[in-house]
Design a protein around this ligand. Structure first.
Ligand SMILES: Nc1ncnc2c1ncn2[C@@H]1O[C@H](COP(=O)(O)OP(=O)(O)OP(=O)(O)O)[C@@H](O)[C@H]1O
Ligand SMILES: [Mg+2]
Length: 464
């Protein structure tokens, strides 16, 4: 049991509350000494280990107020976190904050409390997270603001150690030390192929794909071999040539791309304790981003699921069996989730992610999703959300979708600059970048907060 103290970590950054509310906080996991709030778990036996620092409370509430308290997120249990907000509201910034908390940093930092670095995989749809490996550069004006911000929050700039950046083979390199990756044709399921090629599973082309995969069964095979099998008329006596040709054109596109090879990505190779893995996918089409996410989450789920199943049995029978060097926990982090798992169209990642969130808990798997369009993300994937960060939102449908996933009550009343607001939809429109409502199961309502500055350089700033 760790009793690592949290007391007096950060200076008083905020002097006056910008927001006032009449809504009382009935239950909360707080630590009086040093003014801390624990989110994502309840406090037991003074155990304050496995906490990462998120930011500060910026609301003054009636009754007992927690204004300027420090907010910590639990990373000992698996979580499904959902981050929403319009463009430029701070979502990617939050993902960086979470990854800094999970990963090994180049210098000791007060933003984690007794955290053994946790393995993570980030789906970086905008290819902006390579900067996690670098400290802010004081010659860039935006970074200079950040360095000053860090100073006022009592934190030191830092960067993530043990961070590998992956790019699809043949796409543009940014840092020069990225690792190129490809995928194998045999890693893709029937359903995923159909999704990629825009065909129903039971359509003529879906049928051809199904029979082709059946032919190769469990063996490893290439796109060229698939094409060869479909091209051979002897294999397709009663199947229309038209359907085969249509399919061949599409497969040929993939054959000519650099995405496939026989030496495709094996997730087991990157599951190294405490390692941060960033997949920069900006140059891919959306359906291919979704396909990569699907392959990663399925492999992750099956490797980690089996590992934990065996581990439990071995523990029960007190058996000593070498299960290989796998981390006990992995966090999968996805930016722009509406691109990877949209609600209204089929995407390869949908069923893989549904399975991941439903059964990932037993496999030590967490998920963090960020989106600017909460109303456009597949509902089934959101069914297990237990932690939410809601930044500024404007469209009614998005506000409603985000509210619907908040695991606690929302605020009924808010006063800002003398104006009283009683509709949550209006409150959320008023937030500045980095300001948000954070919700979890252990707090009786959402808390209006400000996310801390980033330690490493943030790659998502807009050009001035
Ligand atoms: N917690 C914060 N503290 C200080 N500045 C912040 C914070 N969060 C966001 N910002 C500022 O807002 C800018 C935009 O943030 P970010 O890149 O996270 O937006 P986003 O929500 O991911 O937008 P998009 O949907 O366009 O990707 C950042 O470059 C930074 O300047
Ligand atoms: Mg972003």
């Amino acid at each position: 049991m760790s009793s690592v103290k949290l007391a007096k970590r950060f200076p008083a950054v905020l002097d006056k509350a910008k927001f006032l509310t009449k809504d009382q906080i009935v239950s909360i996991q707080n630590v009086q000494a040093g003014q801390h709030i624990i989110l994502g778990r309840s406090i037991k036996n003074d155990d304050y280990s496995n906490l990462i620092y998120l930011g500060k409370v910026i609301e003054q509430a009636q009754g007992k107020s927690y204004f300027a308290n420090n907010l910590w997120m639990d990373v000992s249990f698996p979580h499904v976190a959902y981050i929403t907000g319009t463009r430029g509201s701070g979502k990617s910034f939050d993902l960086g904050v979470i990854l800094e908390g999970l990963s090994e940093l180049s210098n000791d930092s007060n933003v984690k409390n007794s955290v053994t670095p946790i393995t993570s995989i980030l789906i970086d749809t905008q290819s902006q997270f390579w900067t996690l490996k670098y400290k802010p550069n004081k010659n860039i004006p935006e970074n200079l603001d950040q360095i000053n911000d860090l100073k006022s929050w009592g934190m030191e700039p830092s960067s993530i150690e043990n961070c590998s950046i992956f790019i699809p083979k043949g796409t543009e390199s940014i840092t020069g030390d990225e690792i190129e990756f490809t995928i194998k044709a045999s890693q893709i399921t029937h359903e995923e192929w159909c999704g990629l090629l825009g065909q129903e599973v039971y359509s003529p082309q879906g049928h051809i794909i199904g029979r082709t995969l059946e032919h190769f069964a469990e063996s490893e095979f290439s796109i060229e071999q698939m094409v060869g099998y479909i091209e051979d008329p002897e294999n397709w006596e009663h199947v229309a040539e038209q359907s085969r040709n249509a399919l061949l054109y599409k497969l040929d596109d993939y054959r000519r791309s650099n995405l496939f090879s026989n030496d495709g990505l094996n997730i087991r190779d990157i599951l190294i304790e405490g390692h941060c893995n960033v997949f920069m996918l900006r140059d891919l089409r959306n359906e291919d981003k979704s396909l990569i996410t699907s392959i990663i989450s399925r492999q992750l789920f099956s490797i980690m699921g089996e590992y934990h199943r065996k581990k439990k049995v071995n523990t029960f029978f007190e058996r000593e069996e070498d299960l290989g060097n796998l981390p006990s926990k992995v966090w999968l982090v996805i930016d722009e989730a509406h691109v990877v798992a949209p609600k209204d169209s089929y995407s390869p990642a949908r069923s893989a992610l549904v399975e991941y969130v439903k059964r990932g808990r037993d496999a030590g798997l967490s998920l963090v999703l960020a989106t600017q369009q909460p109303s456009a993300v597949d509902d089934k994937i959101l069914s297990q959300v237990d932690f939410t960060i809601n930044h500024r939102l404007t469209f009614q449908s998005d506000v409603e979708a985000a509210m619907g996933r908040t695991p606690t009550k929302i605020i009924q009343n808010l006063k800002i600059g003398g104006t009283e607001i009683s509709d949550f939809r209006d409150m959320i429109r008023l937030l500045d970048s980095g300001e948000c409502f954070i919700g979890d199961h252990n707090t009786s309502r959402v808390i209006l907060s400000k996310i801390r500055p980033r330690l490493s350089s943030h790659g998502g700033y807009s050009p001035k």
